[in-house]
Design a protein around this ligand. Sequence first.
Ligand SMILES: CSC[C@H]1O[C@H](OP(=O)(O)O)[C@H](O)[C@@H]1O
Ligand code: ADE
Length: 289
Amino acid sequence: MQTKIGIIGGSGLYDIDGLENPKWVNINSPWGVPSDVILTGELGGVDVAFLPRHGRGHVHSPSTVPYRANIDALKRLGCTDVISVSACGSFRTDMAPGDFVIVSDFIDRTFAREKSFFGTGCVAHVSVAHPVCARLGDAVELAGHAVGVNIHRGGTYLAMEGPQFSSLAESKLYREVWHCDVIGMTNMPEAKLAREAELCYASVAMITDYDSWHPDHGSVDISDIIATLGANSTAAKTMVADIAVRLGKARDVCPCGCDRALDFAIMTAPDARDPDLLAKLDAVAGRVL
Ligand SMILES: CSC[C@H]1O[C@H](OP(=O)(O)O)[C@H](O)[C@@H]1O
Ligand SMILES: Nc1ncnc2[nH]cnc12
C-alpha cells in the first residue's frame, strides 16, 4: 500500500509550497460539495492532496465547513492519512502564541454539525477513545523539531461551535475546571469523521492567542491572530513537506488500528441496511460493506 497524505489547511493556510506535478481536482462526493477543489501532487515523491478547510478566500465558517464531504473526498482520492493544520487559542502560559501543539485528545462542544457518515439504515459505532494517530504524531513531532518550531507533544483541544470566541466564564471553565490546553472551532467533527473513514488523523494546532482568560492579554483580537498566522504559515508549510518525506511512499498497516476502525463497528444487520445509504458509504466504508 502507498501513502497518500491529505492535508487540511486551516485559517491562514490556503495552499502549500514546493508541490511537484500540481493539479487542482474537483471531487464529486455524495456527502455534498467539499470546501474547495483539491490540490494534488507530490512532496518529496510522496502523494499528497491539499484541501483548504474554509475554502480559498475563507468562505466557510466553522459551522458550515462541509466536514463529511471533505473527509469523503480525501478518502475517495485514495488518501491514507490526514494532517490537519489549525489555528487555536492557548489555555497555558507555557504554550505561547507562535508555538505548535500536536493535539492528543478533544472535548467536543460543537452542536450544529453533521457528525457521522452513518445513521438510519446503517448504524455504526467507532471508538474515539484515542482520536488521533500516534504514528502520525511521531512524524509531526520529528518534523517540528527539524524545522525548528517550538512544538509540544500532547494537548487537549476544546472544540467549540463559534463563530464567536469564548466568554471569560467559558474560557475559565475550559482552563481551570476541564484542564483543556487549547481551543479551536474545527477539529470536531473532522477527527471523528476521519476515524469513521479509517483515515489516520493528526492535528497540528498553531497557537495564535491566549483566548480570553489571560489577565495580561485581554480578549482575542482577530488582527493579532492573522498576524501570528502570517508569521507561522511558512513554518507550517515546511513542516508539512518534512512530514511527507518522513512518512515515505511505502505504507504498512497502522499500528494504532485507525485503518481498521470499522472492523466491528457496524450494528445494522446486512438485510436491514438501506441501499441508498450504503451507496453513499462506498468510499468511507467500502472495505467492510
Ligand atoms: C481565524 S480565528 C478563528 C478560526 O480559526 C480557526 O480555524 P481553523 O481551525 O480552520 O484553523 C478556528 O477554529 C476558527 O475557525
Ligand atoms: N481563542 C480561540 N478560540 C477559538 N478558536 C480559535 N482559533 C484561534 N484562536 C481561537
